[in-house]
Design a protein around this ligand. Structure first.
Ligand SMILES: *Cc1c(COP(=O)(O)O)cnc(C)c1O
Length: 440
């Protein structure tokens, strides 16, 4: 066993196993006749514990929640073909920082910058680890020790400890809040500007919506203030929709193209939200500002890996080809039509009834999630499942513990499955998981 698994690992696992057994014996939990069995089966138990220990911790799951950009489940899945090609680049040497035409050192940003410049018609672009890093870099480069004006209605927290005032503090910039939670006027920005002001920051309130007695200046009005005063305008777009979309649930979502065209000096967004690529923070806009960011030593600490560069390059190429709606999983899910989902759900329902479940189909809604299109709902069909011998909670848990694990939600004592976020080729795996649970 030591040849197969390494001596220290075997020793550690065996020690844990024996300690556990000793504790159980001391607590009187092991009867005399089962003690013999426990001792003689140590070999097999050890082997299975070792195998378990070496299983990869990160695994594929089936997302049946209907939340398309599901942060806890890894946000946007990368297109399978893009993943394969990125892995191929990463498992060989590449021209990551090599200019093949000139035979000299290149910059890893170059691959992505030229594509982003063509796509968004901007002067410059750079890419870092994620959008939080992008914002940190922008603030630290452009506003260290100086003030940044932000509306009180935009001081957001996004899951996973991204809080704007805290990022601001860490960057060394000084937060200058203006307006109120529900109403901020363009004059509030104008009045706050002093010789200490470095930036005006506009933040997309990406995961909530303020309704009722509210006001927020149009981006164009902030551009005017920026032009009059010479204070650059930075737009944290978050979700990263590049261009306007025909999909009704994305009608209010701001776009990178639109923000640049309106006159934002810098725009930053995530790579793994609506863009549908790998985790990354993308900064586009004015050349002098992007170049200053690139020279910031913090950039070196937030740079992206070759696998990310390759996957992002290929993802952006799908936009250049205008094939992204057909090839990027996020976009296939966002645009999947209700009827196809209904047919798949019908099919699954029939087989679940055969397997002894109670199953129904009802109209419902999916959400884009991940800090985009807050409040928008995407019409879908939901499978409502009840098991004869399981409560909803225990069925949900059994699904979570199957292989592959299935994530579903519970509503009114039923397990709800939304096939919008399930890849069509996973339908059969989902059925197998449910059949196995029915027989257990
Ligand atoms: C999601 C989001 C971020 C953080 O993006 P990460 O890529 O997760 O770091 C920042 N700002 C806004 C407005 C967002 O929606």
């Amino acid at each position: 066993m030591c040849q197969e698994y390494s001596r220290p690992l075997v020793r550690r696992v065996l020690t844990d196993l024996l300690d556990g057994l000793r504790r159980e014996i001391q607590a009187g939990l092991v009867a005399h006749d089962s003690l013999r069995k426990a001792v003689t089966s140590i070999d097999t138990v050890l082997e299975s514990h070792l195998r378990e220990r070496l299983e990869p911790s990160l695994r594929k799951v089936i997302n049946a929640t209907g939340v398309i950009i599901f942060t806890n489940a890894g946000r946007a899945p990368i297109a399978a073909e893009i993943g394969r090609r990125a892995a191929d680049i990463a498992s060989h040497y590449s021209n990551l920082e090599f200019n093949l035409a000139k035979g000299e050192r290149g910059h890893r940003d170059h691959h992505l910058e030229s594509r982003l410049k063509r796509l968004l018609d901007c002067q410059a672009a750079t890419v870092c680890n994620n959008a939080a890093a992008a914002l940190l870099l922008i603030l630290n480069t452009q506003a260290h020790g100086k003030q940044v004006i932000v509306s009180r209605g935009e001081l957001i927290e996004i899951g996973g400890s991204f809080r704007l005032p805290e990022i601001m503090r860490k960057s060394g910039a000084i937060l200058q809040e203006v307006g109120t939670t529900n109403k901020t006027k363009v004059s509030d920005y104008r009045d706050a500007i002093s010789d200490q002001t470095a930036l005006i920051l506009r933040v997309h309130p990406s995961n909530y919506r303020i309704i009722g007695f509210t006001h927020r200046p149009r981006l164009g009005e902030l551009v005017e203030v920026s032009r009059e005063t010479g204070i650059p305008l930075v737009h944290d777009l978050g979700s990263g929709l590049l261009f306007p979309s025909d999909l009704p649930w994305l009608k209010d979502e701001p776009t990178a193209q639109g923000s640049l065209a309106s006159g934002s000096d810098l725009v930053c967004f995530s790579g793994d939200k609506l863009l549908g690529g790998p985790q990354a923070g993308i900064i586009v806009g004015r050349k002098s500002m992007v170049e200053a960011i690139r020279k910031n030593p913090l950039m070196r600490a937030c740079r992206v890996d070759k696998m990310t560069s390759a996957a992002l390059d290929l993802t952006l190429a799908e936009y250049e080809k205008n094939s992204f709606q057909r090839s990027l999983p996020i976009w296939m899910m966002l645009s999947a039509d209700e009827q196809t989902i209904q047919e798949r759900a019908q099919n699954l329902k029939a087989q679940l009834l055969e397997a002894g479940y109670v199953a129904d189909l009802a109209p419902g809604s999916s959400v884009t999630g991940g800090g985009s299109a807050p409040g928008e709902e995407i019409p879908t069909w939901l499978l409502q499942i009840q098991a004869p011998r399981h409560s909803a909670a225990s069925l949900e848990a059994a699904l979570r513990l199957s292989s592959p694990p299935v994530l579903a939600r519970i509503e009114h004592d039923k397990v709800i499955v939304d096939l919008r976020t399930v890849f069509p080729e996973e339908d059969s795996l989902l059925l197998t998981a449910l059949r196995e649970i029915a027989h257990s």
